[in-house]
Ligand binder design. Structure first.
Ligand SMILES: Nc1ncnc2c1ncn2[C@@H]1O[C@H](COP(=O)(O)OP(=O)(O)OP(=O)(O)O)[C@@H](O)[C@H]1O
Ligand SMILES: Nc1ncnc2c1ncn2[C@@H]1O[C@H](COP(=O)(O)OP(=O)(O)OP(=O)(O)O)[C@@H](O)[C@H]1O
Ligand SMILES: [Mg+2]
Ligand SMILES: [Mg+2]
Lengths: 257, 257
């Protein structure tokens, strides 16, 4: 049986894709069979894992319209044990195309309930920066949500709204949905504001916040231009080490369920 | 007659709101009468200009459903000569509510064509990080688009898609739409990748790219927590100075039309 973790935050640029790519890689590195679903039309997770645009003939679009199964679409990545359902801009049309369908919120859940999807131990879903039908599908399909939070004021402002949305999804379409945790990203220790955000979030949300802080680290932002996760591009850098640590925290929490 | 400039980029966290707030403030500081329209449900532009959530009784939602006019909704900000149409999470419902209306793409254009809206010399529209109906409305209403571009690989990846979308809007609903320019944001001179992105963008897009580079500057990210634009919070900092310089470039380009 697979554990489905959705990486979501409607605030843009907080590190959703970077967290999805590097957490998936860290989980795969310790032997878990991992699938990453790129549900953002921008397709950054696909690019960051080396899938060229021209090689995305089948994508999460086909998964959402139900024309193909996970095993027909899935591709290998540069990382052993890590497969991907890539995305293209076709996904932009989904909102209009399935807006009248009764099961429009459950398309992804249905696709990930198939036998071929259950073969993975972890499925990570990378979401676009909005509360749209794609993100709703990801939350309806997930066992838990992992929230990347940039150590910035605007990012903090949107957190309470995000937590409320998770509550609404739990009450309406997915009673099992919980918050796996909140990971603070792009932390710069020289920056007072960043330290304040960390203190604020830890005070209000306590144990929900991972101990691991992901530091701002230029090697992390360079890696996707080589089509590799930071962990492959530069294992020894502070960013990669932090994501490996995050992976062990995630697994610990999964074991404690 | 007003000039409507839409600040757009579907990539998240690239500096759209920060650019909208500080460019609007710089234009107001030199005596232009400016209106900022917050078209992002996150409402960061409203917060960054000191509008408390509880004071947003009327917002861009009412503008989009056509129940109220600009002058009924508009509020003053902490900045002289700068008024705002704030936003709330109500905007999230717009997509479903007006999706069947024939004029769904022109709601903002109609609202900004009213006499009260024409009284402003500049109208800046802050967009959410997606190609949704809200961003389409902003592009259909605009005379030009100003594109903030973070000096990062993922941000560069989305640029060609954004330019293509602007082309599509020009061909379909707004023949007058042009690109005012591309402003490079959060530039860190110690970071090779950032320098490469700057070189790349200048090589491919030449004069479309403003000379002004907005540096990464912690004072810029601190300002919104005080409900003030950086220009008011710390005029002398590198970020504020860069936005003042950007404003003069924008005006120069407007004069050359
Ligand atoms: N720890 C880090 N150190 C340095 N740069 C980082 C770090 N994490 C992410 N970045 C960079 O910051 C930018 C934003 O990160 P990313 O694209 O992962 O965020 P996102 O939330 O997925 O954005 P979007 O909302 O557009 O989907 C990217 O250019 C990325 O390379
Ligand atoms: N020049 C800068 N220096 C330092 N921090 C900056 C700068 N510009 C923006 N920021 C910070 O970076 C983050 C992203 O900027 P901002 O929110 O303006 O981007 P956005 O494109 O509007 O995001 P979204 O896609 O969520 O609407 C914010 O926390 C902001 O305070
Ligand atoms: Mg992303
Ligand atoms: Mg914004």
């Amino acid at each position: 049986k697979n554990r489905i973790i959705t990486i979501a935050n409607q605030k843009g640029g907080v590190g959703k894709t970077t967290t999805a790519i590097n957490l998936a890689t860290a989980l795969a590195a310790i032997g878990e069979k991992v699938l990453i679903v790129d549900l953002d039309p921008q397709g950054n997770a696909s690019t960051g894992l080396g899938i060229q645009r021209r090689d995305r003939k089948l994508s999460s679009y086909e998964l959402m319209v139900g024309s193909h199964t996970v095993s027909e679409i899935v591709q290998d990545t540069v990382v052993p044990n890590l497969s991907i359902i890539p995305s293209t801009m076709d996904l932009l049309g989904i909102e209009m195309e399935i807006s009248q369908a009764a099961d429009r919120v459950f398309r992804l859940r249905k696709a990930l309930a198939s036998a071929d999807a259950l073969a993975y131990s972890y499925v990570l879903v990378d979401c676009p920066p909005s509360f749209n039908l794609l993100t709703m599908n990801a939350m309806a399909a997930a066992h838990s949500v992992l929230v990347p939070l940039q150590c910035e004021f605007f990012a903090l402002e949107g957190l309470s709204q995000l937590l409320e949305t998770v509550d609404q999804v739990r009450r309406s379409v997915n009673p099992a949905l919980d918050i796996q945790g909140i990971v603070l990203t792009m932390f710069d220790s020289r920056n007072n504001l960043a330290q304040q955000v960390v203190n604020d979030v830890r005070t209000h949300l306590g144990e929900k916040v991972y101990h691991t802080l992901i530091p701002r680290n230029v090697r992390v932002s360079e890696a996707p231009s080589y089509g590799k996760p930071a962990i492959l591009y530069d294992l020894k850098c502070a960013g990669s080490q932090a994501y490996l640590q995050l992976a062990s925290e995630v697994i610990q929490r999964e074991r404690q369920r």
